[in-house]
Ligand binder design. Structure first.
Ligand SMILES: CC(C)(COP(=O)(O)OP(=O)(O)OC[C@H]1O[C@@H](n2cnc3c(N)ncnc32)[C@H](O)[C@@H]1OP(=O)(O)O)[C@@H](O)C(=O)NCCC(=O)NCCS
Length: 147
């Protein structure tokens, strides 16, 4: 059972705390600073969720398609169900905005994220060979909902 995390909507005004969580969660070459996060909000359909426990997720809905743009839980708070809770909350938010399918991209070597996505019902839809700077492949995954 998931702990009752307090997950709240975030806006461009939260670009700094979103970037702080991102920086604590990703290696330096993959970090998005507050300007990069603020830039996402200037595009239509972008929404974000944040938790005081140290998690964030940024996503976009365009018509009936949604995409996870970035998603992170700080290392000290992992394996407590926070990532699952954020992913579910973002999925619910995307559906509420009219999405019927949710896409994401994940490094083939990212076992933690792949396990989470598979458990949440995402299926692999493609592979981009040597997509990342370290030579890893990118997997594309999607989760669809019935009407
Ligand atoms: C991926 C990430 C968000 C998961 O966050 P989390 O809060 O630890 O995830 P949860 O505790 O909700 O885990 C849910 C399930 O995912 C799987 N999982 C999570 N971490 C795992 C790990 N290190 N190894 C194997 N499975 C893992 C498990 O099935 C887990 O369920 P369980 O704990 O009951 O076994 C976190 O590891 C992270 O921020 N990683 C760095 C950034 C990143 O990779 N973001 C995603 C980019 S696509």
């Amino acid at each position: 059972m998931n702990a009752p995390f307090l997950i709240t909507p975030a806006t461009i005004l939260h670009a700094q705390p979103l970037a702080t969580i991102h920086a604590m969660s990703f290696p330096p070459c993959e970090r998005w600073d507050d300007a990069a996060i603020a830039a996402q909000f200037s595009l239509p359909g972008t929404f974000a969720l944040i938790t005081a426990e140290g998690g964030m997720i940024l996503a976009r809905v365009i018509a009936d398609e949604a995409e996870i743009l970035t998603f992170a839980v700080i290392p000290a708070r992992r394996r407590r169900g926070l990532g699952r809770a954020l992913l579910e909350a973002a999925s619910d938010a995307a559906r509420a905005r009219g999405a019927r399918i949710l896409f994401l991209e994940v490094a083939a070597g990212n076992a933690a994220a792949r396990a989470l996505y598979t458990a949440a019902g995402f299926r692999e839809t493609g592979r981009r060979r040597r997509y990342y700077a370290d030579g890893d492949d990118a997997l594309t995954m999607a989760r669809e909902w019935e009407e």
